[in-house]
Design a protein around this ligand. Structure first.
Ligand code: C2E
Ligand code: MG
Ligand code: MG
Ligand code: MG
Length: 282
């Protein structure tokens, strides 16, 4: 009996590996064609100032609908794109697509919205990001202040010197910089001093239970103070309800992003939201 059980366990195990590698191969092949086939999209998640309720920006989040596999999460395809050397092409597409949307919003009369993009570890190792960003800002006739680049702490660990010079160049160009997912991973407070950030995004894992968990609440209050003492704008991610928004307002956090405001939506829907708010507040 033990033997047959063992055998059974083995076959489940091996078919798991099979499924895993088959999916991975499909993903890899699919991703290589996704750009040319137009399967990638950007969705935009609105960001709001707590003081006056104004929507001041949106974070661009990459979406892939694969004809073979359906929707694939960026948490799955972004690391894969890095691994198989596609991240520079994908990242260049993200920059141009985000700035193209920003140009469309301006054509529609929305002048002052900032679009944020996420940048991967590998992208800070080559100069293509800087070239693409400065080229696309010219192409779409946008000031550098229309763009914010989000980087994670983990990323900065990986390629320190190169990252530093690239981020400095972006900053000199006038692009703003945000440290993403702050408080998780390999947080090092010295990053905040050494890199020229404009804003700090509190990871959503602290926000999720802050109305019930005293420790999370304390941590957020402390991070907001830290950010402000360093002259940074502080944005809370993953805000899902009114209670969290109220607590963050009381703490003095500058801005929020999360399902409470809106899920990530397409560029036209984002424009509708911003236009709607402008009409209401006039
Ligand atoms: P991130 O930059 O920290 O983005 C925030 C993630 O939280 C997004 O997941 C967003 O959909 C999700 N989110 C927003 N509000 C809420 C909320 O209220 N509750 C919950 N539970 N989740 C919320 P998404 O879109 O799946 O992206 C995951 C990660 O993939 C991003 O984390 C980012 O690191 C990466 N990513 C996405 N697009 C790109 C891209 O174009 N380039 C690069 N390099 N990375 C990207
Ligand atoms: Mg982000
Ligand atoms: Mg984040
Ligand atoms: Mg993240």
């Amino acid at each position: 009996h033990a033997k047959s059980k063992g055998k059974n366990t083995y076959s489940v195990f091996s078919s798991d590996i099979y499924r895993h590698s088959a999916r991975r191969m499909q993903l890899e092949i699919g991703l290589r064609h996704a750009l040319q086939r137009g399967e990638l999209r950007l969705h935009y998640q609105p960001q709001k100032f707590l003081a006056d309720g104004r929507l001041f920006g949106a974070e661009a989040l990459c979406r892939w609908y694969s004809h073979e596999l359906g929707d694939v999460s960026p948490s799955e395809f972004i690391p894969l794109a890095e691994e198989i050397g596609l991240i520079d092409d994908l990242g260049d597409w993200v920059v141009r697509e985000a700035l193209r949307s920003c140009r469309q919003w301006r054509e529609a009369g929305v002048e002052d919205v900032v679009v944020s993009i996420n940048v991967s570890p590998r992208q800070l190792r080559s100069d293509s990001l800087l070239t693409t960003i400065s080229g696309a800002l010219k192409e779409f006739r946008l000031p550098a202040s229309a763009l914010c680049v989000e980087v994670t702490e983990t990323l900065l660990m990986d390629s320190y010197d190169k990252a530093q010079s690239l981020l400095n160049s972006l900053r000199e160009l006038g692009v703003s910089l945000a440290i993403d997912d702050f408080g998780v991973g390999y947080s090092s407070l010295s990053y905040l001093k050494r890199f020229p950030f404009d804003s700090l995004k509190i990871d959503r894992s602290f926000v999720g239970d802050m109305e019930n968990n005293e420790d999370d609440h304390t941590l957020i209050r402390t991070i907001v103070q830290l950010g402000h003492n360093l002259g940074l704008k502080v944005v809370a991610e993953g805000v899902e309800n009114q209670a969290q928004q109220d607590l963050l307002t009381a703490i003095g956090c500058d801005a929020i992003q999360g399902y409470w405001l809106s899920k990530p939506i397409d560029g036209d829907s984002f424009l509708d939201l911003v236009v709607e708010q402008t009409v209401v507040s006039c």
